[in-house]
Write a protein that binds this ligand. Structure first.
Ligand code: SF4
Length: 193
């Protein structure tokens, strides 16, 4: 495969999942752009996991370290699923396409295609639309079967592994049904609720 590719990436675990398919491209880079990830410490953890992996694998990394949750929330079509996630995909893939066109890449793709939790067909459709709007191709591959490999690789490499999708809404959806908490004081139970 000889095409050049800019791959939007969301975390180290997902990049670890697709290292082999990425290596088939003649020229490729990974692009961290995820204004959806909140709060700040979580954002830094995921950005750092990508940085660590990129350094180790000698990947070309374009890092957008801007953290601006207000702007992200303003740009969502809705705060509810599924519209929220569709806006979120579009925001990230539109920026990936913009940067790819600016830097001379011929195609874009995303590690969202390696997630079993995302709306795969929506990612594909929006990726194709945003790539086409910039005169680029969207590289589609179903990488979901590599998710378990990414998980194992992240464990092996001691990379940070996230517990929820990214935005504060998804954090609530993940933890509200649980009684998980981090209180380390004089324990009088399992926290509020
Ligand atoms: S749940 Fe995930 S995909 Fe949906 S809006 Fe939140 S961060 Fe984006």
């Amino acid at each position: 495969m000889n095409a050049s590719l800019l791959c939007h990436v969301c975390c180290g675990e997902c990049v670890a999942a697709i290292l082999e398919p990425l290596s088939r491209f003649g020229r490729y880079a990974v692009f961290f752009y995820n204004p959806n990830i909140q709060p700040l410490i979580e954002f830094r953890r995921r950005a750092t996991s990508v940085q660590v992996l990129a350094d180790h694998e000698h990947l070309t990394l374009l890092m957008d370290g801007r953290y601006d949750p207000k702007d992200f929330l303003r740009r969502l079509a809705s705060w509810d699923r599924p519209e929220r996630c569709l806006s979120c995909y579009r925001l990230r893939l539109a920026e990936t396409a913009r940067v790819a066109a600016e830097k001379g890449y011929g195609a874009i793709t995303t590690t969202l295609l390696a997630s079993v939790h995302q709306d795969h067909e929506a990612v594909r459709r929006i990726g194709q639309e945003e790539a086409a709007a910039r005169g680029l191709a969207f590289h589609y591959e179903d990488w979901r079967s590599l998710a378990a490999h990414g998980h194992e690789e992240a464990k092996r490499r001691l990379l940070y592994r996230q517990q929820y999708c990214g935005c504060l809404f998804s954090e609530e959806e993940r933890f509200a049904p649980t009684r998980l908490h981090l209180y380390k004081g004089n324990d009088r139970g399992n926290g509020p609720g």
